[in-house]
Design a protein around this ligand. Structure first.
Ligand code: G6P
Ligand code: ZN
Length: 590
């Protein structure tokens, strides 16, 4: 039967000046902006689609998914209607619009798609008062490189119109193919709704020994696990993979229904927000706990009684135990990558394994070239992200299955594995302090490893204050007189050995990325790092990272903040944050 072709409209619009995607995170803004500013989303989607060469667009396939947050359904409809109008040949979309970030990366690679669009603001809160975001993935299944983001931004600044098929309606709940005839187009526009989990699950099956994990979870020496999907996208993945496939009892998975506002909590897997999990783990009943962020690329691991594994340690421990995973036994281990602020625990493992470590700027996209060129097998960041060359995104559930594989192979508890690792390689005490200038976040102060304090108010002055602090600090630490300077704090003396403003030269394409953070390395290998966060647009957030190395196992039982407080005192002194913000500062550092 002849179908009436769907009209393709061209809509006049005016450009926005603020649609520069931040590297990797895409465009992340308050949901209210997307909802209330006329054409805010269509403008950005048009810039994104226009960044793909017209010839490449014709007939290509793109993958679309969301973390299920508020506004996702509306946004997916707009993305579909605009993709069709812009000549994209086919879209592969997760059922009900649901796909985790790692699943999108997996599907792009599996079906050789031209790229993907993920509607998510990652670990940021959802709901009408929260944040919304649009991430763009390229053909290797990784975040758009800076050049692509820049191109999108340039297009967005002069955009005058966009193309859309407003009458096109896709049934997101119905698995399978749907076809639409469009006005003035030769070929029908095709949509395929796929199961959100299946393709990704098949990839995991090819990486891990599922029998070994199933045995750990159901066999005679089984451990009880507790997995918190934090009402983000991971619920269906946890249920299907950990419960149905690997045998974990249904009640070991909590917060597994994706909610538009994530139940009111920021979907951020850390000790501050994954409190339900932390409390459950403290009870001692469970031997392994994990939580994920909204789009499933970040994770946190806890052991029995709430034993916390920091992300830098998790990365190093995974590196040291890769032989527990069939994938790495087959593929070998070529090299490791970590972002510069991530602790150097990984480097100790690499040295023993005689493989190189690539130190990159923060942002997963910097690992793509290393993995594509076969230089790097495992990568990680202090911001709760770890992944391997099975994808081009960090992958929370993959990291959990790695940990379960290690537990199964070593027959030890999480805490024993971590302590053995420290005994062998030494312990890297580590903490990150985030200095927000957002008064609304005041109640968040004094929380475990994330120390927040506040730079004045919310309005215009604060980003400038943060900017000036960084500018003056850079001048101070890169001045010759600063090298070999000594700081005495209590009984400790710290001698500066090396300082720089971190810059990265991509070994594959030679791209130079400058000013990625200020580094002070002391003669005892301690490090202090200052950098501005790039993942949040509403807050100018200055981060301080402190790291200190302790080889002696008798010194491995201290509180990180106690060990690191002299370093943080140095950080506060040289940056003069107290003086410059009029604040007494983080009495939170104990
Ligand atoms: C996002 C990216 C990560 C990156 C992080 C840095 O989560 O996906 O790859 O490490 O942002 O965040 P920050 O706020 O420290 O710039
Ligand atoms: Zn995320």
């Amino acid at each position: 039967m002849e179908r009436t072709p769907i009209p393709v409209l061209t809509v006049q619009t005016a450009p926005y000046e603020d649609q520069r995607p931040t590297g990797g995170g895409g465009l992340r803004r308050p949901t209210a902006l997307f909802e209330s500013q006329r054409n805010y989303l269509p403008n950005f989607v048009q810039s994104l689609l226009s960044s793909v060469d017209l010839r490449d667009r014709q007939g290509c396939t793109m993958v679309v998914g969301s973390d299920g947050r508020y506004f996702s359904k509306t946004a997916i409809e707009i993305v579909v209607q605009m993709a069709a109008a812009n000549g994209i040949g086919r879209l592969v979309i997760g059922q009900n619009g649901i796909l985790s970030t790692p699943a999108v990366s997996c599907i792009i690679r599996k079906i050789k798609a031209a790229g993907g669009i993920i509607l998510t603001a990652s670990h940021s809160p959802g709901g009408p008062g929260g944040e919304f975001g649009v991430k763009f993935e390229v053909a290797n299944g990784g975040p758009a490189p800076d050049m692509v983001s820049e191109k999108i931004y340039q297009i967005s600044k002069t955009l005058e119109e966009y193309a859309i098929c407003p009458d096109l309606r896709v049934d997101l709940s119905r698995l399978g193919r749907q076809e639409f005839d469009l006005e003035n187009k030769f070929k029908p526009f095709r949509v395929e709704i796929v199961d959100s989990v299946e393709i990704y699950l098949n990839l995991l099956r090819s990486i891990f020994d599922f029998n070994a994990i199933r045995n750990l979870l159901t066999g005679p020496n089984q451990i009880k696990i507790r997995i918190d999907a934090m009402n983000g996208v991971m619920g269906p993945y946890v249920r299907r993979i950990l419960c149905d496939e690997l045998g974990a009892p249904a009640n070991s998975a909590i917060n597994c229904i994706p909610l538009e506002d994530f139940g009111g909590q920021p979907p951020d897997p850390n000790l501050t927000y994954a409190t339900a999990l932390l409390e459950a783990m403290k009870g001692g009943e469970y031997g392994f706990g994990a939580a994920f962020d909204a789009d499933g690329d970040r994770y946190m691991i806890l052991g029995q009684n709430g034993f916390f594994v920091n992300a830098s340690d998790s990365l190093a421990i995974i590196a040291a135990n890769l032989s527990c995973i069939p994938y790495f036994r087959q593929m070998g281990v070529r090299g490791f990558g970590r972002s510069m602020p991530t602790s150097t625990a990984l480097d100790k493992v690499a040295k023993v394994m005689k493989v190189p470590v690539y130190e990159t700027p923060a942002g997963w996209r910097h690992f793509s070239n290393l993995m594509d060129s076969g230089r790097c097998s495992l990568c990680g960041e202090e911001s709760f992200g770890t992944g391997s060359d099975h994808l081009r995104e960090k992958d929370g559930l993959w990291a959990v299955l790695v940990w379960l594989s290690i537990l199964a192979a070593r027959k030890q508890s999480v805490e024993e594995i971590v302590r053995d690792h420290w005994a062998k390689f030494g312990r890297h005490y580590y903490c990150r302090c985030s200095l927000l200038h957002d008064v609304e976040k005041e109640t968040l102060a004094q929380q475990d490893f994330l120390l927040h304090f506040f730079l004045f108010d919310y309005e215009a002055l604060e980003p400038r204050t943060a900017y000036f602090i960084m500018r003056d600090l850079e001048a101070l630490i890169t001045d010759k007189s600063f090298s070999h300077q000594q700081f005495a704090v209590g009984n400790n003396i710290y001698s500066v050995e090396r300082t720089d403003s971190f810059e990265y030269i991509d070994p594959v394409d030679g791209t130079v990325t400058k000013r990625q953070g200020l580094r002070i390395i002391f003669s005892d290998a301690s490090r202090l790092i200052f950098r501005m966060s790039a993942s949040s647009h509403v807050r100018a957030t200055l981060r301080i990272y402190a790291e200190s190395y302790e080889k002696d196992p008798s010194q491995h039982n201290q509180e990180p903040q106690a060990v690191l407080s002299p370093l943080i005192a140095i950080a506060l002194k040289i940056s003069q944050i107290h003086e410059r913000t009029g604040r007494k500062g983080p009495t939170v550092i104990t």
